[in-house]
Write a protein that binds this ligand. Structure first.
Ligand code: 5GP
Length: 225
């Protein structure tokens, strides 16, 4: 692997193309319990050019969640301040709590030539599409069936029965928006779903519009003929 990568790095052509890559925003949505968080973590671990967008939320942390890694946990007053200051790329109320994507970190990552991964609901996905247009690639993760979704929700023992019930009701609403997404993955098998997601990212990165230096690159290739 390392050998192959250093081979590529020695090639000026591949650097010219890769150096000017136009970053993309990869948006993942799904009902709670469809496996979206697991898929997002795997993709991040496998891909050094991808950064997670860390949301802010007024929801209290669950056991094991780390402030600044899983979310920035803030109070409603701070949320309102960020909103008023125009610092949020999108925001939504989900399951009675407020969630939002701070804009600055996203723009910084894109400027640094990275792609950004979002784990957000359908409301946030709509807003990001409106704001960021063709740079957005959206993927909806569906559970293989209703029973699997309910079981996965219950296995997350951190949530109370009341919360599980509310999330089941919200799942139907979230699933109703599947048709707004570019890609849909039915997550029956994690490895298969992960391969599909990685393939989506790889193909989207190769789109012509995301390689703005191609004309120069092609000119250089032709000049060397
Ligand atoms: P949880 O509380 O289980 O971490 O997340 C609940 C839901 O909120 C998930 O569907 C998640 O995708 C969504 N969510 C998390 N962060 C954001 C955000 O910044 N914006 C929006 N719109 N939804 C978010």
């Amino acid at each position: 692997m390392a050998g192959a990568a250093s081979e590529q790095e020695r090639s000026p052509e591949s650097q010219a193309v890769r150096g000017a890559r136009r970053g993309l925003l990869l948006v993942l949505s799904s009902p709670s319990g469809a496996g979206k968080t697991t898929l997002a973590r795997r993709l991040l671990a496998a891909d050094p050019s991808l950064r997670m967008s860390v949301s802010v939320t007024t929801r209290p942390p669950r056991p094991g969640e780390v402030d600044g890694r899983d979310y920035r946990f803030i109070d409603p007053a701070e949320f309102a301040r960020l909103q008023a200051a125009g610092e949020l790329l999108e925001w939504a109320e989900v399951h009675g709590n407020l969630y939002a994507t701070p804009e600055a970190a996203v723009l910084e990552a894109l400027k640094a030539g990275l792609d950004v991964l979002f784990d957000i609901d359908w409301q946030g996905a709509q807003q990001i599409r409106e704001r960021m247009g063709q740079d957005v690639v959206s993927v909806f993760i569906l559970p293989p069936d209703g029973q699997t979704l309910e079981r996965r929700l219950r296995e997350r023992a951190q949530d109370s029965e009341d919360v599980v019930q509310r999330r089941m009701a919200a799942a139907a609403t979230e699933i109703g928006h599947w048709g707004e997404y570019d890609y849909v993955i039915v997550n029956a098998d994690l490895q298969t779903s992960f391969s599909g997601l990685a393939a989506i990212l790889a193909a989207e990165r190769l789109k012509r519009v995301r390689q703005p230096d191609l004309p120069d690159f092609v000119r250089a290739v032709l000049a060397g003929l």
